[in-house]
Design a protein around this ligand. Structure first.
Ligand SMILES: [Zn+2]
Length: 232
């Protein structure tokens, strides 16, 4: 009987040890095995174990082991999911950084490029890019009119702007300087990059007069509306 007792005592120790190691995996999993084991151990100290006690201890040990295993698996699963989420977040962050750098480069190139003489006409080539939207100052929707260096449009036919430059189609726009400072580089969606280098009596607030070469073309282009961005 004493050999059998030692054998069972060892079993209880093993069960207790298993339950003790459960602390790592959460209190909830411990409740039942601990209760069963405590009861069994209290009754068995210095006495002969009943078959029910042995059965309880065995069941408790089996439950504790199963719970520990399950908790371990769940912890591993959770850790794996967290690692995957973190990796995805890192990737997204890096991609966003690369995209931001690319749009910044594209924007800088646009700002540095010359606004030169070219025929003015609406084109989808000049829709606002992500680079512009991310970096320029959006001024809102503007009313666009068109003018040329004739007496009727300009008061004289000298083709001189308010800033002393030669009125040039594809570069010159007249603005309200209290809204868009003279010398600014302005992106007009659908029309491209211009330089604010002229003013006009009727050009107040969100209105821009775009210079073209002839009175006929000014009439043809009429009145338009477009989103305007201040580049610098
Ligand atoms: Zn004219």
């Amino acid at each position: 009987m004493s050999i059998s007792l030692r054998k069972h005592a060892a079993m209880f120790l093993a069960a207790t040890f298993t339950v003790g190691s459960m602390a790592t995996f959460g209190a909830a999993a411990l409740d039942q095995p601990t209760a069963v084991l405590s009861s069994t151990l209290n009754h068995s100290v210095g006495t002969v174990l009943t078959s029910a006690e042995i059965s309880n201890a065995q069941q408790a040990m089996a439950k504790a082991k199963a719970s520990a295993l399950k908790a371990q698996e769940e912890a591993a699963k959770k850790a794996k999911a967290e690692a995957a989420k973190k990796a995805a977040e890192e990737t997204a962050k890096k991609e966003a950084e690369i995209k931001a750098a690319a749009t910044k480069t594209a924007y800088n190139q646009l700002v540095a490029s010359a606004a030169t003489a070219r025929p003015v006409a609406y084109s989808t080539t000049y829709l606002a890019s992500d680079a512009i939207k991310a970096n320029a100052t959006a001024l809102g929707n503007y009313k666009l009119t068109f003018y040329d260096p004739c007496v009727e449009c300009n008061g004289n036919n000298l083709a001189l702007t308010a800033t002393g430059t030669t009125l040039t189609e594809g570069r010159t726009i007249a603005v309200d300087p209290s809204v868009i400072p003279l010398g600014s580089r302005v992106f007009i969606e659908g029309y491209g990059v211009f330089i604010a280098e002229d003013t006009g009596g009727a050009i107040k607030g969100n209105k821009i007069d775009i210079a073209v070469s002839t009175h006929e073309r000014a009439n043809e282009l009429g009145v338009q509306y477009a989103n305007v961005y201040l580049l610098k």
